[in-house]
Ligand binder design. Structure first.
Ligand code: H79
Length: 466
């Protein structure tokens, strides 16, 4: 009898563990994200068809804004979906390129401000299945590939701005200067009087109706139909109300481990992390909140065929190290073409960053911010180990005397070496607490050479900060 009761109790206990909906704390949800450090943003939509040019004119600014900046009428804009047929789309290859670059997660535009859904949806006909010759959900196979390669998947969703689904908001912006739309004076007057809209078709519903008819059902679809989701990335809360935000936020319970950003609505909906866009915060701006810098490789998020103004792999590697040294994440964008390919420059950048990360990723993943802030010659990240602390000094500008000198150093040294290759370096700490490391005469890696220093105990960098 005792045995039976014991077995039953055990069984009950096991079942409870399996079925109980565990409520995760924020710190528990953020564990993987804080370790990941590096992710891929993907901006993809029908705007990749005009690719920055409309009726023979190049429209300045970011490519995914072409409808707004050109004040293209809804019916006209929707025609371009007929040319959106990404037959070269290979989600497996996309995820492998992200993985091989050292990225741990992907965030893709499920719907940008132009309202076009890259997924099958019952809430609007303005989607890839119903409006394009391609006719298939683009997010499903991406979700499958992410699962296959162990890359976390997040969806960007423009919850407020929607220039095609009626009632969606539109940032109040004039017609792009230089875009010689003969009608621009009239359009801009209209836009001013119509909450940013430029086509009566955008106003056949209220914003509240748009939220109920499109945003809420679509977010529910996104949180239901693609398996486990890592991130919901909101954007531009133009015209958002607390009521609309509450409706959208409550859907997140469909994915108990999901992480969200701070762009659902301001204020009152801070989300899990901040989102500096196209910039890396200064140390003084940081207040302990998690943050992620999102950035383009060239000057646009959505593909523009004539933007070849790419940052170098060296710059981007240094950005990643700068961000990691300040305790943030880096979400680096790719804007695929309408055929479904990454631009060749992006492919090259990802490969080169991957080569660097393969050797030096240890200085990035799961590290903590620098206790000393920035150095003139480079950046520092740290990791606490059972033995003590590991410091990663990433050298950007090789010291002329081939020596790294770090004052305010109060720990006992265990070892110093080049992370790449493991060559041991001569290092010493003076009584006054100055760490000196002898470096080889030339920078082994022009992008960033990482010096790995192991010390006993924890670092107390407070004495060093300005
Ligand atoms: O998805 C990307 C952008 O499309 C989106 N956020 C990133 C991640 C974004 N939407 N609005 N903004 C960023 C800020 C507004 C920028 C603007 Fe402009 C300045 C709108 C009009 C002037 C940039 C330049 C867009 C059009 C012209």
């Amino acid at each position: 009898m005792k045995k039976v009761i014991f077995t039953l109790t055990l069984l009950l206990w096991i079942m409870q563990g399996a079925f109980a909906q565990k409520v995760l704390t924020r710190d528990e949800r953020m564990v993987w994200w804080r370790e990941a450090r590096f992710g891929m943003f993907i901006h993809w939509g029908v705007y990749a068809v005009p690719a920055g040019e409309w009726k023979g004119q190049r429209i300045g600014g970011i490519g995914e804004w072409i409808m707004n900046r050109g004040k293209i009428p809804v019916a006209e804009y929707q025609q371009i979906a007929r040319q959106f047929n990404p037959v070269k789309y290979d989600p497996d290859a996309w995820v492998r390129m992200a993985r091989d670059a050292g990225m741990k997660y992907i965030v893709i535009t499920s719907k940008h401000h132009d309202g076009f859904a890259l997924f099958e949806t019952k809430a609007s006909k303005w989607n890839v299945v119903d409006a394009t010759p391609y006719g298939k959900d683009l997010l499903k196979p991406l979700a499958d590939a992410c699962r296959k390669y162990g890359i976390r998947l997040g969806f960007y969703y423009s919850q407020a701005q929607d220039w095609n689904n009626p009632g969606g908001s539109a940032a109040r912006r004039p017609t792009r200067e230089g875009w010689a739309n003969p009608d621009s004076a009239r359009i801009d007057a209209y836009t001013k009087a119509h909450r940013g809209h430029w086509d009566p078709a955008q106003e056949t519903k209220t914003f509240a109706q748009y939220i109920d008819d499109v945003a809420v059902p679509q977010v529910r679809e996104l949180l239901t139909n693609y398996g486990e989701l890592a991130i919901l990335w909101w954007d531009t809360p133009t015209d958002m109300t607390d009521e609309a935000a509450t409706k959208l936020q409550s859907l997140l319970s469909l994915q108990p481990a999901i992480i969200t950003n701070d762009r659902l609505k301001r204020p009152n909906f801070p989300g899990d992390h901040k989102t500096p866009e196209q910039r890396i915060p200064n140390l003084a701006d940081l207040d302990g909140t998690d943050w992620e810098t999102c950035m383009t490789m060239n000057g646009t998020w959505g593909y523009k065929y004539y933007d070849h103004n790419y940052k170098t792999p060296q710059t981007l590697i240094r950005h990643l190290l700068d961000i990691a040294s300040k305790g943030g994440n880096f979400l680096l964008n790719v804007g695929p073409t309408a055929e479904g390919e990454f631009p060749p420059e992006s492919v090259d950048i990802l490969a080169k960053m991957g080569q660097w990360m393969k050797v030096n990723g240890e200085a990035v993943y799961g590290t903590k911010a620098s206790p000393w802030g920035l150095f003139t010659w480079g950046r520092c990240t740290t990791r606490e180990t059972p033995k003590g602390t590991t410091l990663y000094f990433s050298v950007f500008d090789w010291p002329a005397d081939d020596r790294l000198v770090i004052p305010g150093f109060n720990n006992n040294l265990i070892s110093a070496k080049l992370l790449a290759g493991g060559t041991r370096l001569k290092a010493s700490v003076t009584k006054a607490g100055v760490l000196t490391i002898d470096l080889p005469p030339d920078a082994p890696d022009p992008a960033a050479t990482v010096i790995k220093v192991e010390v006993k105990g924890r670092i107390d960098g407070r004495s060093m900060t300005k």
